[in-house]
Structures are given as structure tokens and as C-alpha cells.
Design a protein around this ligand. Structure first.
Ligand code: COA
Length: 312
């Protein structure tokens, strides 16, 4: 078989055609599902965070978005608000800095009230051979991803406990948080910690009315992620070829899942880690899945060879 393997290029077989899995881009939940609710979204100015904010706002939530770049946040807040008619506020916050997190959360509470939904989406990542990383590179990624999530969760959680209010927390991780992955080692390590944090608090803080869930997205094309994870554009085709659904995910699909998990329709979902990757993870990990590349003629030959071994 392996002598075939070296000769075969990836081909688009039926199983890899995306026509079977077109993305539905419209809102899944009924209108006003988040009416009267407050949502706090870190990294809400761009990419996935912006997409989740847009959907929550269109479903009636009052959204507060936070990140380092206040200009980007304000432009996003104004744009979404003008589309949905619902207020979106921008709060500057570097999640690595616990003092900034504290003041951002107090600003959140003063402009919008305690949140019903908290989405830990802010992240930092870039591909790099691990031996090239300085201690500061390691600290930068793990600070944003793990410590940032912990600081936001602790600060909001303590305020909610004090006020005897519940909330739905959601963290955005990645499929390699479980498997680990070379070339993104600080991110893999930190995202694994984020999952442990959320599963642990799902157990501990359920008694305070808080739920904690995680989405592990596979590749979804956003500028922030792809400029750091596929800077030349060379890997995109390779990624698509290993996604059984035959295409990348979309921001709108992720937003629908996120909104569902944070809504009252999901009030019994707690401590869940949901893989959202078109089947990429199972494809990568299944030992024989590269047989996808084998052509019909090659199967005929192999079947013949296998049948010949009968009785031997
Ligand atoms: N390869 C190796 N090291 C790198 C690097 C790369 N491509 N990019 C940055 N670093 C190192 C820097 O050299 C620095 O270490 P040093 O002080 O020892 O030299 C350290 O990482 C911090 O970099 P810096 O640019 O100062 O950090 P920052 O706080 O300004 O930016 C990043 C943080 C690097 C994560 C930046 O990419 C970012 O702002 N990302 C946010 C969005 C994002 O990453 N989205 C993708 C999510 S999938």
C-alpha cells in the first residue's frame, strides 16, 4: 500500500465535496432569545468574537465587548449596534492584566449590569518551532489564553456570587487542546488549561447558578487566526482536504452554536466540551483514514491481493 501512497495526490472524492454540507448562515434561535440579557465577550472586536457579538446582539442581548484595541472595539460596537438596533458597548481591557480586568468588569457592571453570558474568546497564537520561543513568547501566549480566561472568570464569578446571580460561561478553545500539537505548543498548553478550568468550575460553581461550556473549533477563516497560523496561505488546502465535511467552518455557524450553549435552551448543558470541526479531529486521528486517497482501481488491486491470502 505505501508504494501507492507515495504516488497518490489528494483528490476530491465524493466524501470530500462540500455540496453536502452547505453552511447555514442565518440565526438558529428564535428572535429575542437574549432579550433583557447582558453578554460580555472578550476579543469581541474582530473575528469569531465579533461574529458571536453580532448574533447575540441581533437576538436582543445588550453586549459589552473587550480587548486591547479600543478603536477597533468602538468601530465594531457602532457597526453592530447600527445593524441590530441594540446597544453594544466597548471596554478596553488587556486580559493579561488583572487590574485592567478588574476595572473592565466594574465598567461592564456600571454600563450594562452583571452579565448573563460571559464568552472567553480572547486569544493569542502564532505558529513557531518551539525551540525558537523565548520565555517571553511563551508567557505572552499563556498569559492571554490561560491567565486571561482565569482573570476574567474569577472577577466576574466573584461578583456574580456576591450578587447571587447565575450566568452561562463559554470558552473558545481548539481541537488540539486535547491532542496537543507541535508548532503551537504554548497555545495547546494554555487551551488545555482553559478546558480544565471550565470543567472544574462547571463542577464547583453549578451551585451558584453558573454553567461552563467549551467549544473546540477546527479551522474557521478569520484574519486574526489565519494571518498567524497560515501566513503564506499554503496550508489552507491541506486543512480542507482533511475535513470530511469538505470545507472550513464559518463564523456564523460557530456563533449559532455559541448562542445556543449560552441560551436558556441549553440550561442543562454544563461542563461540556463540544468539538466543532467538520470531522477534522477524527479524520486526523483515525489510523486508516489516509486510505481516503486510494482510487477505485487501487482498491480493486488490493482487494484481489487480500482475497488471495484466504486460507493462508
Ligand atoms: N515567532 C517567535 N516569537 C514570536 C513571534 C513569532 N512569530 N511573534 C512574537 N514572538 C515573541 C516576541 O519576540 C516576544 O518575545 P521577546 O520579548 O522575547 O522577543 C513575545 O513573543 C511577545 O511578542 P510581542 O509582539 O511583544 O507581543 P504582543 O503582546 O504585542 O502581541 C501576540 C501578542 C504575539 C500574540 C500577537 O500575535 C497578538 O497580538 N495576537 C492577538 C490575536 C491573535 O493572536 N489571534 C490569533 C488567535 S488564533
Amino acid at each position: 500500500f505505501f508504494s501507492y501512497g507515495t504516488k497518490i495526490l489528494y483528490q476530491s472524492s465524493d466524501a470530500f465535496q462540500s455540496k453536502f454540507f452547505p453552511p447555514l448562515q442565518k440565526a438558529m434561535l428564535p428572535p429575542n432569545s437574549f432579550q433583557g440579557k447582558v453578554a460580555f465577550i472578550t476579543g469581541g472586536g474582530t473575528g469569531l468574537g465579533r461574529g458571536m457579538t453580532t448574533l447575540l446582539s441581533s437576538l436582543g442581548a445588550r453586549c459589552v465587548i473587550a480587548s486591547r484595541k479600543i478603536d477597533v472595539l468602538r468601530a465594531t460596537a457602532e457597526h453592530i449596534s447600527s445593524q441590530t438596533g441594540n446597544e453594544v458597548r466597548a471596554v478596553q481591557c488587556d486580559v493579561r492584566d488583572p487590574d485592567m480586568v478588574r476595572s473592565a468588569v466594574s465598567e461592564l457592571i456600571s454600563v450594562a449590569g452583571l452579565p448573563d453570558v460571559v464568552i472567553n474568546n480572547a486569544a493569542g497564537n502564532f505558529i513557531s518551532p518551539t525551540e525558537r520561543l523565548s520565555p517571553n513568547a511563551w508567557r505572552t501566549i499563556t498569559d492571554i489564553v490561560l491567565n486571561g480566561t482565569a482573570f476574567v472568570t474569577l472577577e466576574v464569578g466573584k461578583q456574580l456570587i456576591k450578587a447571587q446571580r447565575g450566568a452561562a460561561f463559554l470558552a473558545i478553545t481548539t481541537i488540539y487542546a486535547e491532542s496537543g500539537s507541535g508548532f503551537v505548543v504554548p497555545s495547546a498548553s494554555a487551551k488545555a488549561g482553559v478546558e480544565a478550568l471550565n470543567k472544574s468550575l462547571a463542577a464547583e460553581w453549578g451551585r451558584y447558578g453558573m454553567r461552563f461550556n467549551v467549544i473546540q473549533p477546527g479551522p474557521i477563516k478569520t484574519k486574526g487566526a489565519f494571518s498567524r497560523l497560515d501566513p503564506t496561505g499554503a496550508f489552507e488546502k491541506e486543512m480542507v482536504n482533511r475535513i470530511p465535511c469538505g470545507r472550513l467552518g464559518t463564523v456564523e455557524e460557530l456563533a449559532n452554536l455559541a448562542a445556543f450553549l449560552c441560551s436558556d435552551y441549553a440550561s442543562w448543558i454544563n461542563g461540556a466540551v463540544i468539538r466543532f470541526d467538520g470531522g477534522e479531529e477524527v479524520f486526523i486521528s483515525g489510523e486508516f483514514n489516509s486510505l481516503q486517497k486510494v482510487t477505485k482501481e487501487q482498491w480493486d488491486t488490493m482487494e484481489e491481493l487480500i482475497r488471495k491470502t484466504k486460507g493462508s
